[in-house]
Each structure stands twice: as structure tokens, then as C-alpha cells.
Design a protein around this ligand. Structure first.
Ligand code: XUL
Ligand code: CO
Length: 433
């Protein structure tokens, strides 16, 4: 079927000097950086939900964005038309990956069985589209938050019937992700949280969430899905207290339920900000615990306290985040997923193009700057020098008891001299090179 993106030329790298707004100025997919092609570092991903489902409706008003593939009387035909539009956009942007929720790709049916069948049938259609285009699936996930049945949670719901419904939904979404060769399977705890303890058994809900995740991990091994399960932390919205608050909280949760070797994280810039962190903090925490998985690349608005999911356009900020990714050894199965949506007044199909082209170039420019910082080595040298005392061994070295350290400190009577943290000097290196 013809879609608004069918006839668009494919966006290409034209270099920094080009005046063509629909060309890449920094994203040269074949450029070798740090020993790998840029496209292999970034693993750019377009997400289905914001680009093909979201229509600009908000709590105050009706849809504004024209999505020609939505509507009609046959929801399965509409789902196929949506897939055609999606793969036309992937081709026009020349991105290697995409991502989806089950409900983005296929409609809810009249029964659970019909809903699951719809997911599988459209999954087969997507397999054909992948085959024809070469575009791959970065991750699939299940939408366990939009329908009213999930209002009090999915795995954490007080009603075991909802737990069971959610299990069936995730099983099918994971089956389809597996069949499509998905590199990861993501779980964002949409409604897993609470508004008030007056009606919530917090311990029971956490146990239910731990059990649900264990069941998913067992099933993943059973079917031979080799990618990681990724939890996506978010501190609030929709609920006031989301259980998957941030990277550190999720690690504690995984450890408690013995899942830290099977589950990693999908971190999102705007979620980090809502948790009172920077994106780079969340990446560094995940790396410290060995659970860095993938990234949802977007930004919030400093004047707004909610998840605005805007396309990234802050190069200095993203440079710091991607520097942490490089330090962590890069994303292996993960990628940079544009979990970002157009503003409500950006209503033309080509707004979607401009948003992604700019977002991709921002990621590329930030990555190239981060790679330069990494190769330049100034930050690493500084860090090494700052902790050099530990390399010299000494009385506080590994293995010493508290008494030994205490006695040595007292005998030596050295009053350690404060040394500059050199923050401004280092910030200048980042900003000015
Ligand atoms: C919600 C969010 C989700 C997840 C997938 O804030 O980020 O779109 O990425 O469920
Ligand atoms: Co996200």
C-alpha cells in the first residue's frame, strides 16, 4: 500500500556543510570510530508507538496529527497499513532497527485468545517486512498499561486474573519477539506502582512482580531466547510511586529475587531526570552493577516535571551520556531507541522525518565528541591520577582489617592533604576540547 513515506528519497550522509535539512550532517553510518562502524555503535531504532500510534490527543483535546493508516472498519487491515507506513519510514531514514509494543502492531480482539492471535498474525506480516527490508527488531514489549484492566497494575494487580492475563500477554509478545529475531525483550512497569498505602500491600506486590519476572526469565530460557530481558526504570508517572524507580532500585530488586544475572536495564533519559538523576548517572550505575542493556533516547523539558518524551537535541548533554556508554564498552545487544514523540502542533508527515533526522544527527555528533574525549584520554588520565594512591597499595589496601588500618593510620600520623577535584578544568575539556 502507498504510504506518506513511500515516495520519499532515502536520507543520506552529505557532510557538515550541507544545507539540505533532510540529509545527515554527522551520521555517516560507515564511518569507522573506535574500531567499529558508526551504525554498529549507535544501533538506531525507530519506535512504533510514538511515530505510528500517537496522534497528538492530550487530556485537553482531540487528536491533531494525521495518521492516514489509522481508522477504517477492519482493524487488521489498518494494522497492516500501519506496518507498511512504518517500514517505509525506516527505509527513508535508513535506520537498522525498530521496536514495538504488542498493542502498537496489532489490535485488541474480542477475547484474550483473539488478541493473542492478532499479535501473532501481524508478527508474521512483520517477519515478511523485515525479510524484504533488512530492518531488524531491537526489542519487543507488551503493553500492560493502556487497557482499564491494568489500572491497578499487571503483575502487581490485587486480582490474580489480571496476573494470569498479563502472563499470557507477555508469553505471546516474547514468542513473537523471538520469532522476529528481536535482540532484547523489554518490560516497562507501566502501572506497577501505587498511589496510596491505604489500599496497597506493598510487600505482596513486590513479591508478585519478582515472581512474574522469574517466570518470564524461565520461559525465555525454555524457548532459547538469547537476548536479555530489560527492565525500564521510571520513578513516577503514571503512578506516584513506581516500583522500578531507578537503576539502583531495580538492581536491589533483581538481587533480592535472584535475577541479577538474567535481567538488564533499558534506561531512558527523561526517566533519569524524573528520578532526580542525570542520564549519565543512570548509565554509570547500570555499568557498575553489570546490567547496562539499552537506551531510550529522548529528553524532558527543564520547566516541566513530567515525561515529555521529546526528540533529543542537546549535544553536550548526550555527549556525557554516550561517554559513559563508551567507557562501559558500548551497547552490545542494546541500541539507541527514539522513545520520542512529536509535539502536538507538528502535524505533517514530514515532521516525523525532521524529528528523526535531527535526533539521529544529534546522537551521531554527540557520539563522535564522546569518542574524541575517550581517545584524547585527558579525562581518563585525570581519573587515574585522582585514585592513584590506591594503586600504590598501602595500609588501607584490600585484605587489611579495620584494626590494622586504624593502627597504621595512628602510627603514621599523616594528615591527608586535600587535593583539587579540578571540576572546571575537566568541564572545559568537555566543552572546548
Ligand atoms: C514510558 C516508556 C515506554 C517504554 C516501553 O514512559 O518509556 O514507552 O519505553 O513500554
Ligand atoms: Co521508554
Amino acid at each position: 500500500m502507498t504510504t506518506p513515506f513511500s515516495d520519499l528519497p532515502t536520507v543520506r550522509f552529505e557532510g557538515e556543510a550541507t544545507l539540505n535539512p533532510l540529509a545527515y550532517r554527522f551520521y555517516d553510518p560507515e564511518l569507522i570510530v573506535l574500531g567499529k562502524r558508526l551504525k554498529e555503535h549507535l544501533r538506531l531504532t525507530v519506535c512504533y508507538w510514538h511515530s505510528f500510534v500517537m496522534n497528538g490527543a492530550d487530556p485537553f483535546g482531540a487528536p491533531t496529527i494525521i495518521r492516514p493508516w489509522m481508522g477504517g472498519t477492519d482493524p487488521m487491515a489498518a494494522a497492516r497499513a500501519k506496518a507498511d507506513a512504518a517500514f517505509d519510514l525506516f527505509r527513508a531514514l535508513d535506520v537498522p532497527f525498530y521496536s514495538f509494543h504488542d498493542r502498537d502492531i496489532a489490535p485488541e480482539g474480542d477475547s484474550l485468545a483473539e488478541t493473542l492471535k492478532n499479535t501473532r498474525v501481524i508478527g508474521d506480516y512483520l517477519a515478511e517486512k523485515q525479510q524484504a527490508s533488512g530492518v531488524k527488531l531491537l526489542w519487543g514489549t507488551a503493553n500492560l498499561f493502556s487497557h482499564p484492566r491494568f489500572m491497578a497494575g499487571a503483575a502487581t494487580n490485587p486480582d490474580p486474573e489480571v496476573f494470569a492475563w498479563s502472563a499470557a500477554t507477555v508469553k505471546t509478545a516474547l514468542d513473537v519477539t523471538h520469532a522476529l529475531g528481536g535482540a532484547n525483550y523489554v518490560m516497562w512497569g507501566g502501572r506497577e506502582g501505587y498511589e496510596t498505602l491505604l489500599n496497597t500491600d506493598l510487600k505482596r506486590e513486590l513479591d508478585q512482580m519478582g515472581r512474574f519476572l522469574s517466570l518470564v526469565v524461565d520461559y525465555k530460557h525454555k524457548i532459547g531466547f538469547s537476548g536479555p530481558i530489560l527492565i525500564e526504570p521510571k520513578p513516577k508517572e503514571p503512578t506516584k510511586h513506581q516500583y522500578d524507580f531507578d537503576a539502583a532500585t531495580v538492581y536491589g530488586f533483581l538481587k533480592h529475587y535472584g535475577l541479577e544475572n538474567d535481567v538488564k536495564l533499558n534506561l531512558e533519559e527523561n526517566h533519569a531526570i524524573l528520578a532526580g538523576h542525570t542520564f549519565e548517572h543512570e548509565i554509570a550505575v547500570a555499568n557498575a552493577f553489570g546490567i547496562l542493556g539499552s537506551l531510550d533516547i529522548n529528553r524532558g523539558d527543564p520547566l516541566l516535571g513530567w515525561d515529555t518524551d521529546q526528540f533529543p537535541n542537546d549535544v553536550p548533554q548526550l555527549t556525557l551520556a554516550l561517554y559513559e556508554v563508551i567507557k562501559a564498552g558500548g551497547l552490545t545487544t542494546g541500541g539507541l531507541n527514539f522513545d520520542a514523540k512529536l509535539r502536538r502542533q507538528s502535524i505533517e508527515p514530514d515532521d516525523l522525518l525532521h524529528a528523526h533526522v535531527g535526533g539521529i544527527d544529534v546522537c551521531a555528533k554527540a557520539f563522535l565528541q564522546a569518542a574524541k574525549l575517550y581517545e584524547g584520554g585527558q579525562l581518563a588520565t585525570n581519573l587515574r591520577d585522582r585514585y592513584a594512591g590506591w594503586d600504590r597499595g598501602g595500609h588501607a589496601a584490600e585484605g587489611a582489617t579495620l584494626e590494622e588500618i586504624a593502627a597504621a593510620a595512628e602510627n603514621r600520623a599523616i594528615d591527608p592533604r586535600p587535593r583539587s577535584g579540578r571540576q572546571e578544568k575537566l568541564e572545559n575539556v568537555v566543552s572546548l576540547g
